[in-house]
Design a protein around this ligand. Structure first.
Ligand code: F6R
Length: 604
């Protein structure tokens, strides 16, 4: 999804902007651009595709001494990924970059067009700079014109604007899209839409709140809230640990992240499990008091983790649990009762739809909890309580280790609540704690399995589709396996509960339909097996994943013999991730940045 950087200072502005944009690359984008104002003159460069294209275009452009600059990576929403639609967008003498969506852009554009303004792009963003310049001419001081413009916008935005009429200033506004300003000892000022580009450049950062707008100069950071009242920045120390993931010999970040799962899962468990109990010191002690229902809300892979959690909460904590897709929940006028704990799950903590449901729950007076991988993200700052998943930065667009840590947190949380509500015998909680300790070893990639999947992948490059099937928690895992494959191989794949086959989908069965069957030894094995047999009888090509040999399978991927179905879950998760990875590599796709996808979906 789109990313923003900005800089005011004396260093090499071009390099700082490009380096900042590189740190945002993992979010997904299809074009990029920068605008630099130096000695009263603007330089602007844009390129479609990867940042190397922008680097190539700017190779003869140099900046030194004082300058202000803004940069952007764009993930197309309004208008195709073309150079004209790439940000920054130009008015007569100002440039703007923007994340989010301006919902009333069509009306504003119509009015501006009637006044003779010529638009160059198809974007919603371009109205911001023209509206600003219209207000500037009324006449207003640049900051007044900017403030008026912000008041005229509807929708979600993080905006930076630079103008020749105030050449040492960057104007900013934030509403519903993240934006941060950072400072350092050299009196430079940096902007970014997330922490990552600022690590190593800034010592302290301030996170803007929704409704904030203002300006930054070499001497001043002026912030106004939505009522126009000036407020002081609240600086926090920024981590100095770049954690800037390098591939470390792996072919793709996704592969590295699959292999890292053992380590990050150990981190996720650290300090949270003792022999007898689960501890979440970060949770208010009364969080579950009076809670009669848990509602989980998320998108995509995080939704699959939530669906897995719903089985665990009901099974362990004996608490009614429902799961919602955030984009649906937002608009279906849901009934929210105050005895419900509302839990959002998000790797990034910025997904627009999920964030909005969190706001809805807060407004309705529900207790809220977020399970998130990014500290200080919008959701973490908004929810009453937060559990961080500790997966580290995930660069591959297709989520792997974030999902693994989400499920581990939910497993622990279900036992934590079970302990509080005494819904499971102590011995059972202790048994499951010993199982949890085995998770990091369980997800270690087995070389032989990876080799087998590399070889096997060549048999699965064609056909008319994949069914991933499983029962109980292996159904959300099947959904996740299908999503992973779709995302990076562009092959059609669907996840189903195994028992649903005969209610329709089995009509598709033939040798060109590949069924990836999850057959855990410790969860409804016989029932799942007979569902697979039905598909095999109709000549679907079967690839079974199980610890138990299965003679009806065309291909068989063995997993280790585990003590419990949850350990089988984690082993099979790794198999499905590697299968998607190897098929995608064979197809020659860009595994880490698949087409049309973004890492952080900050528009609805
Ligand atoms: C898939 C994937 C997406 C995200 C979804 C929600 O690999 O990563 O489906 O899970 O966009 O994102 P978060 O978890 O950041 O809210």
């Amino acid at each position: 999804m789109c990313g923003i950087v900005g800089y005011i200072g004396n260093k090499n502005t071009k390099e700082i902007l490009l380096e900042g944009l590189k740190e945002l690359e993992y979010r997904g984008y299809d074009s990029a651009g920068i605008a630099v104002l130096q000695n009263g003159t603007f330089s602007n460069y844009k390129a479609v595709g990867k940042l190397v294209n922008l680097e190539e275009k700017t190779k003869d452009f140099t900046t030194k001494d004082f300058a202000v600059g803004i940069g952007h990576t764009r993930w197309a929403t309004h208008g195709k990924p073309t150079e004209l639609n790439a940000h920054p967008h130009l008015g007569e003498s100002s440039y703007v970059v923007h994340n989010g969506i301006i919902e009333n852009y069509a009306e504003l554009k119509k009015e501006l067009t009637q006044k003779g303004v010529v638009f160059l792009s198809q974007t919603d963003t371009e109205v911001i700079v023209h509206q600003f310049e219209k207000n500037l001419k009324t006449p207003l001081e640049p900051f007044e014109a900017f403030a008026k413009t912000i008041g005229e916008l509807q929708g979600a935005y993080a905006i930076l604007l630079v103008t020749k009429s105030q050449p040492e200033t960057i104007y900013f506004a934030k509403h519903g899209s993240p934006m941060i300003v950072g400072i350092n000892a050299e009196n430079e000022k940096y902007f970014a839409s997330s922490d990552t580009p600022l690590i190593g450049q800034c010592s302290d950062v301030h996170y803007f709140e929704d409704g904030d707008y203002g300006y930054v100069t070499p001497k001043e950071i002026a912030i106004f809230d939505k009522s126009g009242i000036k407020k002081q920045p609240l600086f926090k120390k920024l981590s100095t640990n770049k954690l800037s993931a390098q591939k470390e010999g792996y072919r793709f970040f996704m592969e590295k992240e699959i292999y890292e799962q053992s380590v990050v899962l150990a981190d996720t468990l650290m300090g949270r499990i003792s022999d007898k109990e689960i501890r979440f010191d970060e949770l208010p002690h009364d969080l579950f008091e009076g809670v009669q229902e848990i509602k989980l809300c998320a998108c995509g892979t995080s939704y699959h983790a939530a669906l897995t959690a719903s089985y665990l909460f009901e099974r362990h904590a004996k608490i009614k649990t429902s799961v919602e897709i955030a984009s649906e929940f937002r608009y279906r006028e849901p009934i929210m009762s105050k005895d419900t704990l509302f839990v959002v799950i998000s790797q990034s903590g910025e997904t627009a739809d999920t964030l909005e449901t969190l706001k809805m729950a807060k407004e309705a007076g529900l207790k809220t909890l977020v399970i998130c991988n990014v500290d200080n993200s919008s959701m973490v700052r908004l929810a009453d309580a937060a559990i961080l998943t500790r997966a580290g930065i995930e660069k591959g667009v297709a989520s792997t280790k974030a999902f693994a840590t989400q499920v581990a947190v939910f497993w622990m949380l279900s036992l934590y609540v079970a302990g509080e509500r005494k819904s499971l015998p102590k011995e059972e909680i202790e048994r499951q704690i010993t199982l949890l300790r085995e998770v990091p070893a369980t997800v270690k990639v087995d070389d032989a399995t990876h080799e087998q999947l590399k070889r096997l992948s060549k048999r699965y490059l064609h056909g008319h589709g994949f069914f991933f099937i499983g029962r109980d928690v292996f159904y959300p895992l099947a959904l996740e396996g299908a999503l992973k494959l779709k995302e990076i191989s562009y092959l059609h794949a669907e996840g189903y509960p195994s028992g649903e086959m005969k209610h329709g989908p089995i009509a598709l069965a033939d040798p060109e339909l590949f069924t990836i069957a999850l057959l855990p030894q410790h969860m409804l094995y016989e029932k799942a097996k007979s569902n697979v047999e039905e598909l095999s009888a109709r000549d679907s090509t079967i690839c079974a994943v199980s610890a138990v040999a299965f003679d009806k399978a065309d291909d068989f991927i063995p997993i280790g013999v585990c003590k419990d179905y949850m350990l089988e879950f984690f082993e099979m998760m790794v198999v499905l991730q590697l299968l998607a990875l190897e098929i995608s590599i064979r197809l020659g796709n860009d595994v880490d940045m698949p087409r049309n996808l973004a890492k952080s979906v900050t528009v609805e």
